[in-house]
Design a protein around this ligand. Structure first.
Ligand code: T3D
Length: 260
């Protein structure tokens, strides 16, 4: 790993931590950072020993969104840049069977708010906030933020946040159900790590199947979801992990999940 990297990625057992690492500009996304994120996430995806990925920011911010000093190097427009640099990473998190946790410190603005909302779980420091910065600079939500805000908050609240450059404190995010946990600022990484360790000891096949279906269920009918659950559950019931866990329960032991 070289010192000029825009992110760091460390692995500790089953937990990987990706840290956005441009603190002087509040971890604003540059092309270099986006490409590093795509590569790091692809490597983690291939590593079956990694079950949970924590995403956080170095310094006093999670991220201030797109770096407004950079423009769009190598791209004619945002359609091209988004398709090549943002979407592959956002979809990799969406499609992964691994659990992604955003550990949000300080401001999480613009497209960074889409990144956090796209994670499976969100832990926020007390002073953290989500900021729909787009409209303050004459833009609309991107990175799927339109869809994410609408899905999570309903139309009126999502629309107001988007067109009025709204900010949501950690406490508001918790009340609205978009932050799983709000913790003391100096405990953000410890508390997130504890949560990650608990989940990493869980059943990866069941977690992956739950994520896969929950990410699609809202666009499906109730009837179709019941069928799809039954199909996925059939595979899980037959899995070694589930069979061993049922046996461990009856023998009053703690199960060990191996992902098979
Ligand atoms: O163009 C495209 O790529 C299209 C895609 C757009 C997607 C988006 O994400 S649009 C939204 C982009 N983000 C913003 O508009 C947020 C801009 N930043 C702010 O509004 C404020 O900085 C914050 C509210 C985030 C934080 O305020 P504060 O007072 O805590 O910090 P600060 O003093 O404003 O910023 C500290 C430094 O970070 C400062 O640099 P300096 O003066 O110390 O050298 C500031 O310029 C820099 N910085 C903050 N945000 C960005 C940034 N540098 C580049 N890009 C940024 N987005």
């Amino acid at each position: 790993m070289t010192n000029d990297q825009a992110i760091t990625c460390t692995t500790d057992g089953a937990i990987a931590t990706i840290t956005l690492n441009r603190p002087a500009s509040l971890n604003a996304f540059t092309q270099k950072m986006r490409l590093e994120l795509i590569d790091a996430t692809a490597l983690l995806e291939q590593d079956d020993t990694v079950r949970v990925v924590i995403l956080t920011g170095a310094g006093r911010a999670f991220s201030a969104g797109a770096d407004l000093t950079e423009g769009m190097p190598g791209h004619a427009n945002f359609v091209e840049q988004c398709a090549a640099e943002y979407k592959p990473w956002l979809m990799a998190i969406h499609d992964s069977a691994k659990i992604y946790i955003a550990a949000v410190n300080g401001v999480c603005a613009g497209i960074a708010s889409a990144v956090a909302l796209n994670c499976d779980l969100v832990v926020m420091a007390e002073d953290a906030y989500l900021y729909q910065a787009f409209s303050a600079i004459g833009l609309m939500p991107d990175g799927g933020a339109t869809w994410l805000l609408l899905q999570r908050l309903g139309y009126q609240r999502a629309f107001e946040l988007a067109v009025d450059a709204g900010k949501l404190s950690a406490e508001q995010c918790s009340d609205l159900g978009i932050a799983n946990k709000v913790v003391a600022n100096d405990q953000l990484l410890n508390e997130t790590q504890t949560l990650a360790e608990r989940l990493a000891a869980g059943a990866p096949l069941a977690q992956g199947a739950t994520k896969k279906l929950m990410r699609r269920a809202a666009q499906m009918s109730y009837s179709k979801v019941i069928d799809e659950e039954a199909r996925l559950q059939t595979d899980l019931i037959a899995s070694e992990d589930s069979q061993n866990a049922a046996k461990a329960f009856l023998e009053k032991r703690k199960p060990v999940f191996r992902g098979r």
